[in-house]
Design a protein around this ligand. Sequence first.
Ligand SMILES: Cc1cc2nc3c(=O)[nH]c(=O)nc-3n(C[C@H](O)[C@H](O)[C@H](O)COP(=O)(O)OP(=O)(O)OC[C@H]3O[C@@H](n4cnc5c(N)ncnc54)[C@H](O)[C@@H]3O)c2cc1C
Length: 526
Amino acid sequence: MDPRLPAVEMHPSRWGDPARAASLPESARGLVEAVFGIDERPAATDVAVPPPALDEAVLDALRAAVGAEHVLLDDATRRLRTRGKSTPDLLRQRAGDLSDAPDAVVRPADHDQVAAVLALAVEHRLAVVPFGGGTSVTGGLVARREGYAGLVSLDLVRMKRLLAVDHTSMTATLEPGLRGPEAEALLAAEGLVLGHYPQSFEHATIGGFAATRSSGQSSAGYGRFDALVVGLRVATPRGELRLGSAPASAAGPDLRQLLLGSEGAFGVITEVTARVRRLPAEKVYEGWAWPSFEAGAAAMRTLAQAGLLPTVLRLSDEHETAINLARPDAIGAAGASGCLMVVGHEGEPEPVAARRTAVASVLAGLGGTPLGEEPGRAWAHGRFDAPYLRDAMLDVGVLVETLETATFWSRVPQLYDAVRTALVGALGEPVLVLCHISHVYETGCSLYFTVAASGGDDALGRWQRAKAAASDAIAATGATITHHHAVGTDHKPWLPAEVGELGVAVLSAVKAELDPTGVLNPGVLV
Ligand SMILES: Cc1cc2nc3c(=O)[nH]c(=O)nc-3n(C[C@H](O)[C@H](O)[C@H](O)COP(=O)(O)OP(=O)(O)OC[C@H]3O[C@@H](n4cnc5c(N)ncnc54)[C@H](O)[C@@H]3O)c2cc1C
């Protein structure tokens, strides 16, 4: 087997490594039964994938571009490249709806092969969906196929090289198909680390992080992914863009920013040059308790504005703290009261000790209670596990989904209330709405909501209505429709409220210039 192919493919209608799929832990099952009732909902099996609709001449041209063995038409591969991993995506897969399956999965080896596939797409009018890890939660992999001769999933899985390391400038150039742990292992061999740990880290890719402006759990210390990127190479139907020739530049507007977050609609990112750090010698995570979400959030603001941010800083609201979501292995077990904050420090022992003391002194002074390292260790241990619970909840008929936004500090209480009210109103009791803050800035923070409600016979429709209500509430408070999940197709209706019709027109003009025939991810972003 080609060593560049993924060691683990995710199940088509579940999250993550199939070997780690879990049923509900006993503590959670009790809670679910008490609150929502158990309503077993097995996923449809052996659903046929619509037959590929590409003619042989086009397939031969694609085979000539990337090699015959890298143009795949089989049902299993096409099923695995159908949509992403939002709850609506999973619900559609579970219901046996494979109408968005690509006609072919094409796996280029390098930039030139990507460019060759794009040229063929223009020539034969093929819609092309760049596919990284397939963890999109905003419909970023659900392109429009009407008006196209076929739909091709451009699977970047073979593009997995660490192309260059500059130890003097502390940058590394990576190919887009590297999954989080693969990039981490290559950099660790150089004594380096990227420091980007979204919850989807184990499956999402370098190209996907850049294409969606992803933000990880250590964003307070390392920065969001778009802040790590110093250079990009991009293949577009009009040719190549190489961006980022210096650490900073006044040569007009920063074109890298146009490509970061462009979700495969402007071009295919084929190389990412990112800032790297030395591997941390020490990692320490600890818990703090706060009497209220407001008090904990005020403490986060104080740290951010004092320039005293730790590497990890997250705060669960009273609801999330009580449910114990920070510890997926103990979900539903008697939770703590108040609000749990996790504070993590990574780096060399001396600066870690100094910062830890300084941060602790600020937090204690503001009314925080230190809980020691156990809650921090528990969080770090289970940090990538929570998504498996969503499948277990869907199995018993409970709708679970997340959404996120961000705003300035002065508007956080209003945003928090508006989103909660919208979700509770749309879904009706019983519903659980949990929230945490995990990305903070001097001027504001993101709010990340987790929602659980009974799904019933129309779980998809129920979620779509709730999501629309929450999105309207977000727009009405002037917050962003997405802090780090991107626009995709799901957030598109709210983009004009955020950037204005003129802003959308600017994005459309960029798309028209780079992709004049509209073959790249049609319907995504713009
Ligand atoms: C359980 C779960 C947890 C998550 N947690 C986080 C989190 O903590 N933080 C966070 O930021 N996000 C999170 N996400 C969202 C998702 O993981 C991110 O958006 C991630 O950056 C997507 O990367 P990917 O490689 O999976 O991209 P994909 O899902 O494959 O693609 C995402 C979009 O980018 C485009 N694209 C992919 N690769 C390229 C490329 N090389 N060039 C151009 N376009 C490309 C695709 O066409 C698509 O529109 C989570 C998702 C799930 C399901």
